[in-house]
Design a protein around this ligand. Structure first.
Ligand code: COA
Length: 188
């Protein structure tokens, strides 16, 4: 993949347009800022505490793009009447292997941007891109995992047509409670 992938999501009367593009080092300060949020620290990993952590995290995303097995997108909200874009979240396609029928998605939304469809709209754009890009290489389904008590994440999965599939047993310490596996297939 030579040119950086940029995905556009149209806005609505209540929500600004979104731009999804690979993470850049210039995102580190905003990443550190949004990572102070307790919900993000609880549900998303890894924890980013400072600029050095943030730089390592962005570099890991960049290595994923270079290796072709993990595709992390910064989700930016455009500000109406301005060219400025503000970091609103993250969506990621991971565990991608040529010829393998399944890969996984993940996401988080910055606290200031929650509740206006950022995660679900960005996930829809990621899903379409993933199937368009990797279906010819054997990709048939995408998996989404969340802990049972993460109700907002379960709602994002439902809204994005990732159907509930099965209960995943707890796996402490990383996953102290049971989880849900949701699946979306190419035909959905
Ligand atoms: C889960 C998360 C990504 C949702 O982001 P978002 O941009 O607010 O998502 P959306 O606006 O697209 O949708 C959120 C939905 O969850 C619902 N919701 C929010 N909090 C909820 C709660 N406590 N219980 C039930 N539903 C809830 C909202 O009402 C909305 O549904 P609706 O559109 O039907 O009203 C965000 O809360 C987050 O980043 N959490 C911390 C990190 C995380 O959990 N990542 C996922 C790990 S699996």
């Amino acid at each position: 993949m030579s040119a950086p992938v940029v995905l556009q999501v149209a806005g609505s009367p209540v929500s600004p347009a979104l731009v999804l593009r690979p993470w850049r080092m210039e995102d580190v300060a905003a990443l550190v800022e949004v990572s102070r949020d307790p919900a993000l620290r609880r549900w998303a990993s890894p924890v980013v505490d400072n600029d050095a952590d943030g730089a390592r995290w962005v570099q890991a995303q960049q290595r994923g793009w270079a290796a072709g097995d993990r595709f992390g997108f910064a989700v930016l909200e455009t500000q109406s009447g301005s060219v400025r874009e503000q970091l609103a979240g993250n969506v990621v396609l991971k565990e991608v292997t040529s010829g393998k029928p399944v890969a996984e998605v993940g996401y988080w939304t910055a606290a200031h941007a929650r509740g206006r469809g950022v995660a679900s709209r960005a996930l829809e754009a990621l899903t379409s891109w993933a199937f368009e890009t990797f279906e010819a290489d054997g990709l048939e389904r995408l998996e989404l995992r969340h802990q049972v008590d993460n109700l907002a994440s379960c709602r994002v999965a439902q809204k994005s047509h990732y159907d509930f599939d099965t209960i995943l047993p707890a796996a402490p310490p990383a996953f102290p409670r049971d989880g849900h596996l949701h699946i979306r297939r190419t035909s959905a």
